[in-house]
Design a protein around this ligand. Structure first.
Ligand SMILES: C[S@@+](CC[C@H](N)C(=O)[O-])C[C@H]1O[C@@H](n2cnc3c(N)ncnc32)[C@H](O)[C@@H]1O
Length: 214
């Protein structure tokens, strides 16, 4: 007679039950995230800030299942799309965090936790009086430095020439970053906004900055 209890104990672990949502459900926003609760496997972490409809991060996470990904977005209507797509293709290495980016960087993302930060087509705030709202400002390199592991990289893209110039200025002023090339497999993958801009003939400005630890 088969002893069911013994058989159960010897059986390989059941595949992870399909997740109901990839959206992080906060118990508190007053403590840093416990990354072990986000992912079934501890693996190198990458973060996308302002993922929008999320087609980039879903595809990038799908192609890189040996890494974990956190994607941050404040709009629920947008972040629901990568949630749906990610679950449909069985991603367990993608978690979506609905929160304000600066707060996430300063208070929630554990220090020295991250190998790559992707920021693609952040809101340009083109009016001079609104530029103070830009994400990539004088403070941003320090926030990125806090989050990154040594050798970690910030990948930036924008359609907006003047904002791109600001991005270059703030990173060039920080001697702990050096400009590098993005890997070809990353560079070839476009985002939703990028495809729309490129279709209108608007080119993408790109820069990548590696933290040297200097
Ligand atoms: C122009 S869209 C680009 C989306 C995507 N990265 C792409 O390239 O297709 C910028 C996104 O960042 C989000 N966003 C802007 N500022 C934010 C903030 N402070 N916190 C969280 N999300 C923000 C917006 O809601 C929007 O979805």
């Amino acid at each position: 007679m088969i002893d069911l209890k013994q058989a159960e104990a010897c059986a390989p672990p059941a595949p992870e039950a399909a997740r109901k949502t990839l959206l992080h459900e906060f118990r508190t926003i007053l403590e840093p995230l416990n990354l072990a609760e986000h992912f079934p496997t501890p693996q190198p972490l990458e973060v996308e800030l302002g993922c929008g409809d999320g087609s980039f991060i879903v595809e990038w996470a799908n192609r890189n299942r040996e890494r974990n990904f956190l994607a941050v977005e404040r709009l629920l209507g947008r972040i629901r799309k990568p949630d749906k797509r990610g679950r449909r293709i069985g991603l367990t290495n993608l978690n979506l965090v609905r929160i304000e980016i600066s707060y996430f960087l300063e208070f929630l993302l554990p220090p020295a936790s991250t190998e790559a930060i992707h920021v693609y087509f952040p809101d340009p705030w083109p009016k001079v009086k609104h530029r103070k709202h830009r994400l990539i400002n004088e403070r941003f390199p320090a926030l990125a430095r806090r989050a990154l592991k040594p050798g970690g990289v910030v990948y930036l893209r924008t359609d907006h020439g003047e904002y791109f110039a600001q991005m270059l200025t703030v990173f060039r002023a920080d001697k702990s970053f050096e400009e590098v090339e993005a890997p070809a497999e990353l560079a070839e993958l476009t985002t939703d906004f990028e495809r729309e801009f490129n279709a209108q003939g608007i080119p993408t400005n790109r820069a990548s900055w590696r933290m040297t630890g200097a």
